[in-house]
Design a protein around this ligand. Structure first.
Ligand code: HEC
Ligand code: HEC
Length: 339
């Protein structure tokens, strides 16, 4: 895998890389790297040494990794995202209780790429995020890819890093920023199923139901309590993009504003906003998306010429509004009848 490194890397680093690779990843065949067998071992410096991808540039996972797609995904500035799960040999996710327990040594990976974007950034991975369960808690890490998309290096994750400009669908440029560790925690640590968000009882890839060997007890998926397909799309959108903060339980700011599917209608339809930091209004006015505070915060507040009082939602993690949200949320709100 060494030939995938950028040519400009200093010789000393290259030599170090060779030495590390000889110690930990053998000839790239089926030797499991140390960090996957010893949860206390540090994260590898280079993604090519991590044993995650058999073919790094093609993002082809190595054999033991389970790839999955959460049914309720998070919008991330239109990036494509690949997700992978690693469980240590002979372990399973404990699924008997509502709060799932992931074994020590579990690793979850999410790689961001812009496959659908033409030109310079097309087909190039940008960042790879890692969450690992260590004996004394969860660890976050992020690998920054080089511009050619050939190698990725473990970053100092304390600070966010701005990478480059991309063009948004409305023609304006936006800056792609890789979050720092505090940002990871802002979303991952406030959730009731913390920190794993996209693999659990309320957001589970149906394909994983076939993989009994991953779980102590066969999991079930909960259907959204939607009355029709339009409402189902809106609920799915809100589960993917909002409930990791608005979950009605302990922790984060404004968590009390519960947007989980079972509470969504009660807490929005005809209900005034409740935040000193935000605008006044009715969260959802049935039949009138344009008059609804929720719609204003998710759609209007992202527009450059917006002059209202709402903070754009979600407030962390994205720098462009989700252009699909406008259609999903307006169709739903416009379809609601006044009680
Ligand atoms: C804006 C909120 C937000 C921020 C900031 C964020 N994440 Fe996430 N992350 C999510 C959500 C929501 C999911 C699940 C949905 C999905 O994957 O689309 C997720 C999924 C993941 C996954 C797959 C496992 C899982 O929990 O579903 C990993 C790994 C991950 N994030 C790592 C990180 C790391 C590392 C950082 C910081 C560098 C970070 N994330 C920052 C919201 C966030
Ligand atoms: C990272 C955490 C986070 C995420 C994710 C998030 N919010 Fe918020 N939200 C907040 C905080 C904090 C406030 C209060 C601050 C403010 O209103 O400016 C808030 C306020 C609001 C308000 C106005 C206050 C009120 O009482 O009604 C609305 C509406 C809202 N959020 C909707 C959403 C929707 C819809 C989503 C998903 C698209 C979302 N939020 C995602 C943290 C979050």
């Amino acid at each position: 895998m060494l030939h995938r490194r950028p040519a400009r890397m200093p010789a000393t680093l290259l030599a170090l890389g060779v030495a590390l690779c000889m110690a930990s990843c053998g000839d790239g065949s089926d030797v499991t790297p140390r960090w996957l067998l010893d949860p206390s071992a540090p994260l590898p410096q280079w993604l090519s040494e991590a044993g995650v991808y058999a073919d790094l540039a093609a993002l082809e996972p190595a054999g033991a990794w389970v790839s999955y797609v959460p049914p309720h995904g998070l919008y991330s500035n239109r990036a494509d995202k690949d997700r992978l799960l690693w469980l240590p040999p002979e372990t399973r996710i404990a699924t008997a209780d509502e709060a799932w327990v992931f074994p020590v040594g579990t690793v979850l990976i999410k790689t961001f790429a812009y496959r659908h974007v033409e030109g310079r950034f097309g087909d190039v991975a940008v960042e790879t995020r890692v969450i690992r369960r260590q004996p004394d808690g969860w660890q976050y890490g992020v690998y920054h890819w080089d511009a050619a998309g050939r190698q990725a290096r473990l970053a100092d994750a304390r600070w966010p890093e701005s990478r480059f400009l991309l063009e948004d669908v409305n023609g304006s440029d936006f800056e792609y920023v890789i979050p720092g560790e505090l940002d990871c925690e802002a979303c991952h640590e406030t959730h009731t199923q913390a920190p794993v968000i996209g693999l659990g009882p309320t957001n589970l890839d149906p394909a994983l139901l076939e993989r009994a060997e991953l779980f102590t007890t066969p999991p079930t998926t909960t259907a959204l309590p939607a009355r029709d397909a339009v409402e189902e799309k809106a609920m799915s959108y809100i589960v993917g993009n909002c409930v990791h903060c608005h979950h009605g339980q302990r922790g984060s700011d404004n968590a009390a504003f519960d947007l989980r599917p079972e509470a969504l209608l009660t807490n929005t339809v005809g209900v005034p906003t409740d935040s000193s930091a935000s605008g006044d209004g009715i969260r959802v006015v049935p039949g009138d998306a344009a008059a609804s505070a929720l719609y204003e915060a998710v759609v209007e507040a992202w527009k450059p010429d917006y002059s209202g009082d709402f903070k754009p939602m979600p407030p962390v993690g994205i720098v462009t509004g989700d252009h699909d949200a406008a259609a999903i949320l307006s169709r739903w709100i416009d379809s609601l009848e006044a009680p």
